[in-house]
Design a protein around this ligand. Structure first.
Ligand code: DGY
Length: 420
């Protein structure tokens, strides 16, 4: 255990550049990624608060004027990534991608502030962070739910962070591939192709991106014209939790906000309806094609993290989760192994991800302490055995994807050093 803690800290520090941290040192992701960075900041906060705050500051330095925080910030003009900063061709002060990612930073910042037990005076130095996060969450409401339905859309699978999840198969099958694609993938030269998304997935990812580029990344146009527009349970759960944590922070600094409070009530009501407790199924909405998608994905259980008020729904969620992972040696598979789309090795189509386990643990610890403890223990054991890989087989525990993966190290530290 002691050695793994040392190795985790070393992993983060080795992946750190002067003001931000790479997701891995394996050349797979040579930039700053939005939700990776938030998890990394949380990891640092367990042993080096300065690095943690610098990580957040750098991520927020890439925020667009309208409030969006991009999913990738290209601080260095490196061409070793596809699509690179030239292919995106956007961002002002910092070159970036033109789409976003789960706004987990709000929740991370709340945890950091609460754990530091800062006085209201000391918290002043966090004001700029809180206001930037507020602007970011307002951006989601304004541009990703322009009709105020209470649910937020994502417009690209990359926005979810679980890029090639079977959740996107149905909507992605409808995407027409650009006839003039010229991109060259690098990821499947670094990591075994059977652990990465397929060519057809990439053709579609890049086609959607090219379409956005033609619209000059105008968020209004993108919402109405995107070929991919999905209301996802997992994303909305992370969003609801982020809103609640922002609301907490605003109250804490006496900046209470009725617009956010109202949207929390609406979002919670609509999100709860996407779970059917009797059938124990979740429903994603494909708005573009006016249809629904039902896939047993671990990300559906992020609903536990959003801390719904409805106790009976929470109980059903826990019951469903126990069924979902029941026969697996390593938890949690990203897709239920009984489902036809499950693949043991391929990226988000089956493997175990440490950030999913951490999110679910956070949701469980206030609702089912015993189960939460099991999740924590089994996650720690897996990481101590196989070290900081990007993802792991739920069957054998085999480590896959990138090595020295930052968020696996960061969240291991958070699991082990932070006693609730
Ligand atoms: C990748 O390159 O696989 C990333 O997940 C895209 O954001």
């Amino acid at each position: 255990m002691k050695n793994t803690i040392k190795f985790a800290k070393r992993t983060l520090i080795n992946n750190r550049r002067s003001k931000y941290t790479l997701p891995t040192n394996t050349k797979l992701y040579p930039a700053q990624w939005n939700w990776d960075s938030a998890f990394i900041a949380l990891g640092y906060s367990n042993f080096n608060l300065d690095y943690s705050l610098k990580e957040i500051d750098t991520l927020l330095s890439g925020q667009w004027e309208d409030g969006m925080i991009p999913h990738i910030l290209f601080h260095i003009k490196d061409l070793n990534y596809t699509p690179n900063y030239k292919a995106w061709n956007c961002g002002k002060k910092v070159s970036s991608s033109g789409i976003t990612q789960p706004p987990i930073l709000a929740s991370v910042l709340r945890l950091i502030i609460e754990r530091q037990k800062l006085s209201q005076k000391k918290i002043k130095k966090f004001y700029p962070f809180i206001f930037k996060i507020k602007k970011c969450l307002e951006w989601f409401i304004k541009y990703r739910d322009p009709k105020r339905t209470g649910l937020i859309s994502i417009l690209h699978p990359w926005e979810s962070g679980y890029d090639n999840s079977p959740l996107w198969d149905k909507p992605m099958n409808k995407i027409k591939i650009d006839s003039k694609l010229t991109y060259k993938r690098k990821d499947n030269k670094i990591v075994s192709p059977d652990q990465r998304p397929l060519k057809i997935d990439y053709d579609r990812y890049v086609s959607i991106k090219n379409h956005f580029k033609k619209m000059n990344y105008d968020p209004k146009k993108m919402y109405y014209k995107s070929k991919f527009n999905v209301v996802d349970v997992g994303f909305n759960s992370l969003f609801l939790k982020a809103l609640k944590d922002l609301d907490f922070l605003l109250d804490y600094i006496n900046e209470s906000n009725s617009f956010i409070k109202k949207y929390i009530i609406l979002n919670e009501k609509k999100l709860t309806k996407l779970f059917n407790p009797k059938k124990m199924t979740f429903k994603n909405k494909d708005l573009r094609n006016n249809t629904s998608v039902k896939i047993p994905s671990i990300t559906n259980f992020f609903m536990l993290y959003s801390d719904l008020k409805n106790k009976s729904v929470n109980r059903s969620l826990i019951k469903s989760l126990k069924k979902y992972y029941k026969n697996e040696k390593y938890l949690f598979p990203s897709v239920s192994p009984g489902h036809e789309s499950f693949e043991e090795k391929r990226y988000w189509r089956g493997p175990v991800w440490i950030n999913c386990n951490w999110i679910i643990y956070q949701g469980l610890k206030t609702k089912d302490k015993k189960f939460a403890k099991i999740v924590k223990k089994r996650t720690i054991n897996l990481v101590e055995k196989k070290k900081f890989r990007e993802y792991y087989s739920c069957k054998s525990g085999l480590g896959m994807g990138a090595k020295n993966f930052s968020w696996s190290a960061a969240l291991y530290l958070d699991f082990i050093l932070n006693r609730p």
